[in-house]
Ligand binder design. Sequence first.
Ligand SMILES: [Zn+2]
Ligand SMILES: [Zn+2]
Length: 406
Amino acid sequence: MMLEVEDLPARVIACPDCGEVQELPELHGTGKSECWRCRRVLERASGRSLDAALACSLTTLLLLFPGNTLTLFRVSAAGLIRESRLGSGIPVIWSQGWPLLAVAIAIQGVLLPFFRFGLLTAALGAIRLHKTYAWIGPAFRWAERLDPWAMPDVFLFGCAIGYSRIAPFVPIEIDAGGWCFIGAAFMSMMTRASLDRQAIWKRIAAPEQAQGEAICCLDCLMILSAARQGEACPRCGARLWRRKSFSLPRSLALVMAGYLLYPVANIYPMTVDYQLGMPQEHRIIDGVRELIQAHLWPLAVVIFAASIAIPLLKLAGLTWFFISVYRGSSKALVTKTKLYRIIDAIGRWSNIDVFTIAAFAPLMQVGQLLNVVVFPGAPAFLTVVVVSMFAAQAFDPRLIWDAARA
Ligand SMILES: [Zn+2]
Ligand SMILES: [Zn+2]
């Protein structure tokens, strides 16, 4: 028999950001419980049922199929009609000598959304049917882990930026695939908003009562006895550690790589446009300038923030945390933890510029007239985004609190 939320024993969990063990108050309807020490939201009751999340996830999954196979945009230039599908930029970028960049875009833009929403729909569907299969916990864990890496919403923003850049010059129309993809991206955001994660974890398995010193599963927030360190979490299958293993060296190495590549990404052009054979370099800052010249101020601000300011803020913020741990600082602990959460959450939005290239490069191959070629700035930039996302995930913010206490 499945345990109802009300039947559960004491609702004790450990905060994954500061390590504090605390009991959560019972939530009714909508509302949220925050960690009293670092203000992390530990539980958010969306007020929506499991059915709503399942419906949103299934709709996203179904819309991804036409969104990936039908035509997104159609432009008519110089008497030729050119079409772009979601994946059409991938072979173009590959053939221009950047196979790794093409593979990374294919994984983030095409493959991972299918995995994320496939796993999520399967897990929520099985819970809805009151099944107790052992794979439900790991499937829901992987669906949640893939959430930041599956980027239909970021891809959509990249398409919108590219669209507003070229629409004044070339007639461009959104086709059936484009509308389906807009629907999928919108529903992916609705899915995130309607998921009541703690309620779902509780329906997968009730938390155990830990004895003595406790450790916390970072994926499902279950509290377990510290003797189980190194074992798999009984609810979600994640490996249990008191703190993320090798957190500081892993995160530090990735941040160093980010610092080395950040100037390369900004100095070198992302693409070079050949218009009637005349090259025109296109660095990230040129994109911002063009949007300002076209009086698209809000988009210029978004691109400046996402592509130039956020990657630097992430590297600088993580450096601040390393220094804080090294010196055992006890200052601004809540501010640092809040900044960590922002850094961890917004990193994916830096991918907008790369997705703009992926969606619009195939439209911009018009023989001798116009040709867009990818330059080293683009792979360098994508690498900065990816290593800084991994660096933020590798860092364990509880180390800041441990060091302050020591
Ligand atoms: Zn906390
Ligand atoms: Zn777990």
